[in-house]
Structures are given as structure tokens and as C-alpha cells.
Design a protein around this ligand. Sequence first.
Ligand SMILES: Cc1cc2nc3c(=O)[nH]c(=O)nc-3n(C[C@H](O)[C@H](O)[C@H](O)COP(=O)(O)OP(=O)(O)OC[C@H]3O[C@@H](n4cnc5c(N)ncnc54)[C@H](O)[C@@H]3O)c2cc1C
Length: 139
Amino acid sequence: MIVDELLRVEGHPNISAIGDGARVPNEATPDRPDPPTSQHALRQARRLAKNLSGRPKPYRYRMLGQVATLGRYRGIADVFGIRLRGFPGWFVTRTYHLYQLPLLSRKLRVVTDWTVSLLFRRDIAELGMLGHTKPVGDG
Ligand SMILES: Cc1cc2nc3c(=O)[nH]c(=O)nc-3n(C[C@H](O)[C@H](O)[C@H](O)COP(=O)(O)OP(=O)(O)OC[C@H]3O[C@@H](n4cnc5c(N)ncnc54)[C@H](O)[C@@H]3O)c2cc1C
């Protein structure tokens, strides 16, 4: 969906769209629309919520950096123009993800899990490998 600066779908002013399914113009980067990332979708959602509940303003978000993990203890981070790689990149990425998690209880669960996994080898059990249980009475 193509949307305008107030996140309204082109030709349908009463319908809004954001996130990966929308081509969203950003006042902070007028030469290109937002990339399809979670950090942009979240900011678009906040702007849209404010627009729907108050006086609409154009969407504007200036990205401060990007981070990514590249396996165990390795990562890359570009924050405020400072580039990190390897362990420092991984640490910054993990810290940022922790910061972004909602609720203190969830942060504590995750940081506990991360701390425990520092002491052991990689957990090879994955729920996705368990398959699906058969419905009762199905052979
Ligand atoms: C492998 C991968 C890694 C990524 N890593 C990062 C990252 O590190 N950082 C980052 O910022 N972004 C990352 N992204 C991008 C990020 O996931 C997306 O930009 C973000 O999830 C977009 O949010 P959204 O709400 O627009 O869409 P989605 O998160 O895709 O949500 C859309 C939802 O709508 C549901 N849906 C679809 N069709 C229907 C229907 N007909 N009826 C009802 N529900 C429906 C879907 O099931 C889904 O739950 C990654 C994406 C991928 C695929």
C-alpha cells in the first residue's frame, strides 16, 4: 500500500497502513521511503496511534543505528556512527534487544536465559523439530 506522510492509504483517507505492507514516506529521509524493518514499523505505529487520537502530524523518524548478531558472541553494530564488530558488536546488539523488550518480568526471563546459556553448550532442542501431534482418534 502506498501511504502519504500522515500514513493514510493513497485514495482512501479513512484507511491507514504501516509496516512491511506499506510504502511509508519519512520526513527525515525524503529521498527514500522507510525500509521494511521492525524498528521503523514500531515508530510508524506510535505515530499512527497519536494521529488517530489527536492532531495528525507527518511521520518522521531518524534512525540512530543498526545492529545484528552473527551467531554466538559475534555481531555488528553501527550506533551513532560508531562501528563495532565481533564480541563488542554482539554485546551491544544483545543489550539493545534487551532494552527494547517490554515488561521488566520479560527482561528478567530473557536475561536469565541468556546468562544460563553462557555456561552451557548450545541447546540443540528446538520446538519446531517436534512436529505436530495427531488429533485424538486419528489412527
Ligand atoms: C528473518 C528476518 C529477520 C529480521 N530481522 C530484523 C531485525 O533484526 N531488525 C528489524 O528491525 N527487523 C527485522 N526484520 C523485519 C521485521 O521482522 C519486519 O519489518 C516487521 O516484523 C514488520 O512488522 P509488521 O507488523 O509490518 O509485519 P509482521 O510482523 O509480518 O506482522 C504481520 C502479521 O499479520 C499476520 N497476517 C498476515 N496475513 C493475515 C491475514 N490475512 N489475516 C490475519 N493476519 C494476517 C501475520 O501472520 C503476522 O503476524 C526481519 C525479518 C525477517 C523475515
